[in-house]
Ligand binder design. Sequence first.
Ligand code: FE2
Ligand code: FE2
Length: 311
Amino acid sequence: MSEQFVSCGLEEILVGEPLPVSLYLYVDFRFITFRAAGDVIDRAALERLELKRVRNLFILEKDRKPFGEWSRVTVEAQPPPPLPEENKAFAKARADAHRKTMDIFQSSHPDRIVTQTLTASKKLVTEVMKFPFAVQTLAQLQTFSRGTVDHSVNVSVLGVYLAMQMGYSHTLILQHVGMGGLLHDIGKTRIQIDDQDSPDEVAVKMQEHPALGVKLLEGQQGVPIEVKKIIEQHHECHDGTGYPKKLRGQNIYDLARIVAIANTFDELVADGKGTLIERQRRAVLELDQNLFKKFDPQKLEKALKILKLGI
Ligand SMILES: [Fe+2]
Ligand SMILES: [Fe+2]
């Protein structure tokens, strides 16, 4: 009897958690095992699939139920408290920004839809700006990143919230942080991954994404220079170990330093294990104890205080 397969979206896959069932790819008209039950998919593997424009994986039809439960339940074991009435507008703005960012990452001409994404981004920033000090739990600000789109929205929301709590209050500046956060990885849409590429070769190609992002937005009406600087410099590190230009300290654009913290925090959470809150706690510790040299010390200190209040 031939087995029946059903598709599942990449966004249903939990990074860092052992798979309850086997996952398959459809290649050359047949299903091949991608990962077996019990294997763990890391963020790099998921990103590689995204970069290769793989939209779906497959599971056996009989595995649909355990897979669905695993996908829904594992990370959000403690669901965030329901949003208060006044935050429903935030939830809607975040969903809109998510949809527009998804369009960007799935389009073959992302440059043509950037303007709509920026409009959605501004609305999201407006909603984040309404948050009062330190009453939000991180579980309301950050969802678990199941891929680049979730990650982009998280970096945008966290970046704006951190900037605001650090004392930045000018709407235009917060909009730059929000847009820069949402588009910071847009250059990944221009990276071509081949099947033969080794993980090291993929890592080298990946380092081109800040410059590719800026290039993609070249000549685009309405994309502020500040947003391009954030995209270009979000992987530069305070100690000069970042890329592409190995900039140091104050030579790194101020707002890029904030987005860099939000970016790394969200990556650490996605890379972790366990429930969202366990991952958030470990990510804060990791930033504090092991990665502190990479970030503007004053900004990191403030960011850690703010993040700790949320967990
Ligand atoms: Fe990046
Ligand atoms: Fe990123």
